[in-house]
Design a protein around this ligand. Structure first.
Ligand SMILES: [Zn+2]
Ligand SMILES: [Zn+2]
Length: 212
């Protein structure tokens, strides 16, 4: 069985998540934006064996702690999609601009693309490329527990910003309708910020994508 825990990190209260297999205790961390000591305390508290870093996209609040964490624990970095290379290269400037602790650029061990899978213990998860907020944004779908980690694509009652370089509003809407909705109305998503919701609830009531 897969379990997860969400830990808001950084001044932006970004929802970093730990996902683990409760039989083997093998774990992945999704979007370690910062506050590494808090993340690692949660790992230790549960006796987890942290094995991988998965990234939805390379904004500072999601990826800022990646380089340091990968180096400290010798972890592979999985994702995002190569479209976010320029955001990764810009991490040192992003950290200065937003007053974050210094963040370093890194090279993902493995880039992701639409239709890829990632594995955690014996479990296989699906990757969808959902550009619009950033060009290389991906989401992780966990059908076993009807969950999806969607980063800044969709929020409860809102959608991701598209006013950044290479953001694209129509592309974001298409990503949501064509790649998130097919995961099913019952699927609960963990957004990059704020509370969880379900795709069904957003399809009914989200002012940006409701009724689609
Ligand atoms: Zn973002
Ligand atoms: Zn964010």
């Amino acid at each position: 069985m897969l379990r997860y825990l969400t830990i808001p990190v950084t001044a932006f209260q970004q929802n970093c998540s730990l996902l683990w297999d409760d039989a083997s205790l093998q774990a992945a961390v999704i979007d370690p934006g910062g506050d590494l000591d808090r993340i690692l305390a949660a790992v230790a508290e549960r006796g987890l064996a942290l094995q991988q870093i998965w990234l939805t996209h390379a904004h500072i609040d999601h990826a800022g702690g990646t380089g340091e964490l990968a180096e400290r624990l010798a972890l592979p970095i999985v994702g995002p999609h190569p479209g976010d290379q320029f955001w990764i290269d810009g991490l040192p400037q992003q950290s200065q601009m937003f007053g974050f602790p210094p963040a370093r650029a890194f090279t993902p061990t493995r880039w992701l693309d639409d239709g890829d899978t990632v594995t955690l213990g014996e479990h296989t998860l699906n990757v969808r490329h959902c550009p619009g907020h950033t060009p290389g944004h991906v989401v992780f779908h966990v059908p076993q527990i009807q969950r999806a980690f969607v980063g800044d694509v969709l929020f409860a009652g809102s959608i991701g910003r598209t006013d950044f370089p290479q953001g694209n509003h129509q592309q974001l809407l298409d990503s949501i309708v064509q790649r998130l909705w097919p995961m099913g109305d019952e699927t609960v998503f963990i957004p990059g910020h704020g509370p969880e919701s379900s795709f069904g609830r957003e399809r009914r009531s989200n002012p940006y994508v409701g009724g689609t």
